[in-house]
Design a protein around this ligand. Structure first.
Ligand SMILES: Cc1cc2nc3c(=O)[nH]c(=O)nc-3n(C[C@H](O)[C@H](O)[C@H](O)COP(=O)(O)OP(=O)(O)OC[C@H]3O[C@@H](n4cnc5c(N)ncnc54)[C@H](O)[C@@H]3O)c2cc1C
Length: 450
């Protein structure tokens, strides 16, 4: 894999990262992808899907630790807990991890724990870090991030309304959350919750706080688990959770009252790049399956193998172009985060967040089509990959929100480019006068000949 790093990025990748990248590829190809169906089989059926987790993951974690593949996501230079890689270097690794369902968790780089660990590392007190960050970094527990609510349009987080009131030395929470990813896992021990603590604050961006709520706190009920196109994503899952007079110590607040927005913005930047790179890995895997299918000698519609039908090769070529182009967008965003920080890379992060899932869905869909009906059932990984990637157009904010912000920012150049174009037109008029010619009008000679 390290010999395939795009030229634009190769000089920024350390020797240590190149070696790790090769190890990640080997680990994913040889151990994780073959373990994916074992994981699914070990989850079992019915209610038991939520009362245990597949043991194969523990063996993979041991092997990953032995290989030194652990916590590669925390960027170097920012966290003392970092494994020593840049966002760019980890981005290249995340592409491989995205090819397998179990791989991200096997190397302790799975969402939402990665973003949650960043919250603890960046904003947590020493006590919060020892209690929650250490076991998360060791892969002993899992976590969830609870922001979205069923009753409000949560893509605009100022709407979040779960109440959070101070009573003596405690915070008391009431309300409901849904799409709480990871809440189904019996190892999920801590929720990072965004709630409204200061509804009277005139600044709508200072009304919310983030608070740490242990998953076993009395008053919390997981009402149901939500499905994604029919997949339950057990044992991780997406919970609909209610809070009734849930009490936590006042010291469980992160950073301080009214600072929720600061935290969620800090949490989401690099995580979007991780999702994007994993989605590129999924697209690469879909292309690999498509190549296998179109070379299958047993399948010869209309007397030819699929690879001999021109349109199919065009799908292959287009997929190659689109994956390679999308990868450059993501790596560019990763480089900008490394050099200037996530805040100054918002445009590049949004470009990747919007473009990559759409690209990956197109590629996966072509692969599905090449398989015929087999492509939409459990006999290939394509159907579940499509469902999984489709969620990325909603999770961490729907496409439209990012596009609106990007469109607004791009449009700020409106007056400047108008002035430039008008100046260019004026200069052309002066040049017409200087050279004694008039603007060429196509068709005027034809009319005069008639
Ligand atoms: C698989 C999955 C996992 C998730 N995991 C988590 C999690 O762990 N924790 C968590 O808190 N949340 C999670 N979410 C929730 C996700 O972040 C929200 O669904 C998302 O932010 C959108 O919020 P909403 O569903 O309330 O949609 P709404 O805010 O109601 O928006 C609905 C639609 O309105 C449109 N829209 C919104 N704003 C604009 C605009 N400005 N211009 C034009 N159109 C617009 C968009 O098309 C959008 O899809 C997850 C979602 C999914 C699907």
């Amino acid at each position: 894999m390290s010999d395939k790093i795009p030229l634009i990025a190769v000089n920024r990748v350390s020797e240590k990262a190149k070696k790790t990248l090769d190890l990640v590829k080997k680990f994913v190809d040889e151990q994780c992808i073959p373990a994916d169906p074992i994981y699914e089989a070990q989850i079992g059926e019915g209610a038991q899907r939520w009362d245990h987790y597949p043991s194969v993951i523990d063996d993979l974690k041991k092997e990953a630790k032995r290989l030194g593949l652990w916590n590669m996501f925390l960027p170097k230079g920012h966290y003392k807990e970092s494994a020593g890689f840049t966002n760019l270097e980890y981005g290249l690794m995340a592409e491989h991890l995205g090819k397998s369902r179990v791989a991200p968790e096997a190397v302790n780089c799975a969402a939402p724990d990665t973003g949650n660990m960043e919250v603890f590392a960046k904003y947590g007190t020493e006590e919060q870090k020892r209690k929650w960050l250490d076991p998360l970094m060791n892969g002993e527990i899992r976590s969830a991030f609870l922001m979205t609510e069923p009753d409000v349009a949560s893509s605009d987080a100022t709407n979040i309304k779960m109440s959070m009131k101070r009573e003596g030395d405690e915070w008391v929470l009431n309300g409901q959350k849904w799409w709480s990813s990871g809440a189904g896992d019996p190892r999920c021990k801590i929720y990072i919750v965004m709630a409204k603590s200061d509804p009277g604050n005139k600044d709508v961006y200072k009304q919310q706080s983030v608070v740490l709520v242990p998953a076993d706190t009395p008053g919390i009920t997981i009402e149901r688990m939500l499905s994604v196109y029919g997949y339950d994503d057990a044992p991780h899952g997406h919970g609909h959770v209610t809070f009734k007079n849930v009490r936590v110590p006042a010291s469980n607040i992160v950073l301080g009252p009214g600072r929720g927005f600061e935290i969620i913005q800090g949490r989401l930047g690099p995580g979007r790049i991780h999702h994007a790179m994993r989605a590129i890995g999924a697209a690469e895997r879909a292309l690999e399956w498509m190549l296998m299918r179109i070379n299958d000698p047993k399948k010869t519609p209309f007397g030819k193998q699929l690879k001999e039908h021109g349109v199919i090769l065009e799908w292959v070529a287009k997929s190659r172009i689109e994956i390679d182009a999308a990868r450059l967008i993501v790596l560019n965003a990763a480089i900008k985060i490394d050099d200037l920080g996530a805040k100054r890379a918002l445009k590049e992060i949004a470009e990747a967040k919007v473009l990559v899932p759409q690209m990956a869905l197109t590629v996966i869909d072509r692969a599905v089509q090449s398989f015929g009906a087999a492509g939409i059932c459990q006999d290939t990984p394509l159907a579940s990959m499509w469902a999984n990637i489709r969620t990325l157009r909603l999770a961490d904010g729907p496409d439209e929100v990012h596009l609106q912000q990007m469109g607004r920012n791009e449009n700020k150049r409106g007056a400047e480019v108008t002035a430039l174009i008008q100046q260019q037109q004026k200069t052309s008029e002066q040049l017409f006068a200087k050279y004694g010619v008039t603007r060429h009008q196509p068709g005027s000679t034809i009319r005069s000949r008639l």
